[in-house]
Design a protein around this ligand. Structure first.
Ligand code: CIR
Length: 269
């Protein structure tokens, strides 16, 4: 999940892969999963890697009526303990939200829950956090009205929001970028203008990866110095090692077939 700083990553929500996963939406990285047992195995390894890193991981049951239900990142936005429940940008994904919303509101009882209204649309996967600076992708799933609702919440919390236009051949901002630490952004060359992220705070930088490693740019940095990365992206791997971090390589092949990246499969709260 891309809306929490490293020091805020202690608990993560996940959701099991449904038996209908082969019908998940797939248009960008994949053409649809073909091996559900393998996908479930990969998801189990993903959860275990987080548990091994000291994260408290919860798994909600899957919903076979919603092939994309594993991708919980899109369904709720948790920022500094505040919750924004977006209206997901794809109609087939709207009804995935209630059990996730119910779990999160129970866990964070006492916090104000905002629900997106009217025509506003947003997938949580369009939000990226670098320390206390936020970016949002304007994409096929996230519209201007959704962005304004996020801006209102961030203004209340005193955080800046910058908007990045996502190219048509990409799904979300986090499909093409991530923050393995609170001071570094990984992004692929050629997908975004070089100044897309604007001027960054002192000590922060964008590390541009080769375009063919776009899927590898999605990583999950963890408080213990480990960084979860997908298998098969050598520049991403080498860069993390050079940064003194400890990469944990996961086979994501079947999850990638459903256009899902590492961050999509969890919601830190
Ligand atoms: C979808 O198209 O919505 C899913 N098949 C993939 C969602 C991936 N989520 C993400 O990037 N945050």
């Amino acid at each position: 999940m891309a809306t929490v700083r490293l020091d805020q990553k202690s608990r993560a929500l996940t959701r099991a892969i449904p038996t209908s996963f082969d019908r998940a939406l797939a248009k960008f990285f994949g053409s649809g999963p073909t091996d559900i047992a393998l996908a479930q195995h990969q998801h189990a390894a993903y959860r275990q890697a987080m548990i091994d890193a000291g994260i408290e991981v919860t798994i909600l049951p899957s919903d076979n009526n919603h092939p994309d239900c594993t991708f919980v990142e899109d369904q709720a936005v948790v920022i500094d303990g505040h919750v924004l429940l977006p209206v997901p940008g794809h109609p087939s994904r709207v009804a995935e939200q209630p059990p996730i919303a119910e779990f999160i509101t129970r866990q964070l009882s006492g916090t104000k829950i905002c629900r997106m209204q009217g025509d506003a649309r947003m997938d949580g996967g369009d939000i990226l956090r670098l320390g206390n600076l936020f970016f949002v992708g304007r994409s096929s799933r996230t519209n201007d009205a959704g962005i304004e609702e996020l801006r209102d919440l961030l203004a209340h919390l005193g955080h800046e929001l910058r908007v990045i236009d996502i190219p048509e051949h990409a799904l979300h901002l986090t499909s093409i970028s991530s923050t393995p630490t609170d001071s570094v952004i990984f992004a692929p060359q050629g997908f975004l203008p070089e100044d897309a992220f604007g001027e960054l705070p002192d000590g922060c930088e964008v590390k541009w990866m080769p375009a063919e490693e776009v899927y590898g740019c999605n990583t999950i940095g963890l408080p213990n110095g480990q960084v979860l990365i997908a298998e098969g992206y050598p520049t991403v791997l080498k860069t993390l090692v050079e940064m003194g971090l400890d990469p944990v390589v996961l086979d994501m092949s079947q999850i990638r077939e459903a256009d899902g990246s590492l961050t999509c499969c969890s919601l830190f709260f």
